[in-house]
Structure formats: structure tokens, C-alpha cells
Design a protein around this ligand. Sequence first.
Ligand SMILES: Nc1nc2c(ncn2[C@@H]2O[C@H](COP(=O)(O)OP(=O)(O)OP(=O)(O)O)[C@@H](O)[C@H]2O)c(=O)[nH]1
Ligand SMILES: [Zn+2]
Length: 224
Amino acid sequence: MKQEKMLSDTLENKSIVSSGRASQCIDDDCLHELQDTDTGALSRIADAVSSMLDGVGEDPEREGLVKTPERVARSMRFLTRGYRQDPEEVLKKAVFTEAYDEMVLVRDIDIFSMCEHHLLPFFGKAHVAYIPDGKIVGLSKIARVVEVYARRLQVQERLTQQIRDAIQNVLNPKGVAVVIEARHMCMVMRGVEKLNSITTTSAMSGEFLASPSTRSEFLRLIRP
Ligand SMILES: Nc1nc2c(ncn2[C@@H]2O[C@H](COP(=O)(O)OP(=O)(O)OP(=O)(O)O)[C@@H](O)[C@H]2O)c(=O)[nH]1
Ligand SMILES: [Zn+2]
């Protein structure tokens, strides 16, 4: 298959050293995308992109577009790399026993995701809080778990709940609260074309549901 041949040529030209699933590339700026060695998946996406270029009335063979299917394939696999990561495993890497039992809040976590309806980006901020019950988690792991779920095809509501559920399952804390504020490009650059609309979703558990004062404290802390 043509795209498959192009992909394997690229892998050779970029000095990829393959060792099992992971590979190393000498070019730092392309490291993330080129670490993906699933040439079958890459070539299926690339073939679809060629058809898409044809479908929009372009010539997939013209100079500027010749490598586009391969670039889009790598980009798309990068933007959906969360399917190949286990969020609960990510969290479990840094769980510590600690008596702290007040709210822990990581706010303003940047998110970039893609809506499953139009494959267009939505992006914004996530705010994640929990109240420990004997166990805390490394702070970066909260941002990482957000990242794992965001890097899939999503609806904002599910993304919000999945983050809550992963933290709840792994830490079993007294409560978890997640708020996401995002702009959906499918509502901005097409469709209803509302440039300034922002969607807010929330998912809570435990004390954040049971105690209005805990919920208010959280909402006050995430106010801009
Ligand atoms: N609930 C929810 N809807 C979303 C999200 N992302 C995109 N959508 C919506 O998904 C819906 C799909 O509606 P359809 O009528 O099937 O698609 P469409 O004809 O492209 O709709 P328009 O965007 O209104 O032009 C649209 O209303 C989008 O705004 C999301 O994260 N959550
Ligand atoms: Zn959409």
C-alpha cells in the first residue's frame, strides 16, 4: 500500500531505532509523534486522508499535499494517544499515605480534546479537587489523568465524569469535584458559529454532593 511504503520510508529516514513497541528518534521536536510505530493504524488514517483531500476537490499528488496524509495520520494518533494509556495506572504510580484531609485543588489545567461528532477541537481548562481519606496522589498525576481522557474522541460531559470516576476509584477519597470550561470549534468555525460561547460541565461525588458548603468552597476557589 502506498501510504504504508511512505511511512516506512519516513521511519528509516528519521533514524528510528525500534525496540519493541517504543522507538527513539534523534529529532527532539518530532519525538512524540514518531514514537508511534503502529504503521497499520497510521496507514489506515493516511489512506482516509488521501480520500478526504480528493473529496474536497484537491489534488493529493500536488507538492504541498504529498506528505499531508502521513502528517495528519501522525497528528491524529498523537491527538488520540489517550486510548493507549490507562488512567488508573497513571494515578496508581504516585499514591501516598497521608493524614491531610482538607480539599486539594489543581486548577486551570489546560485541556485540548476533540469532539466525537465533528472531529474538531475543543479546548479550555479543567479544575480538579478531591478531599483525601488517608491517601493523596502526586499532583502531576491529576493533570496526567485529565490528559489521558482528553486525548480521546470525547463529549465534554463524559470527559468530566471519567476524570471524577478515575480519581474516585483509585484514591477512594471523601469526594471528588471536576469542572471543565471549554470552547468547541464545531460551534465556532462552523454550525451555529457562536464565537464566544463557553461550555461548563461539572461532575462531583461524596462530600461535594452532600455538603453545600464544601461545594461552595470549591466553586469559590475556581472563580477566575
Ligand atoms: N453535549 C455535547 N454536545 C456536543 C459536544 N461537542 C459537540 N457537540 C454537539 O453535538 C451536536 C451534534 O448535532 P447534529 O445535529 O447531529 O450535528 P450538526 O448537524 O453538525 O449540528 P450543528 O453543530 O448544530 O450544525 C451539536 O449540537 C454539537 O454542538 C459535547 O462535548 N457535548
Ligand atoms: Zn462537534
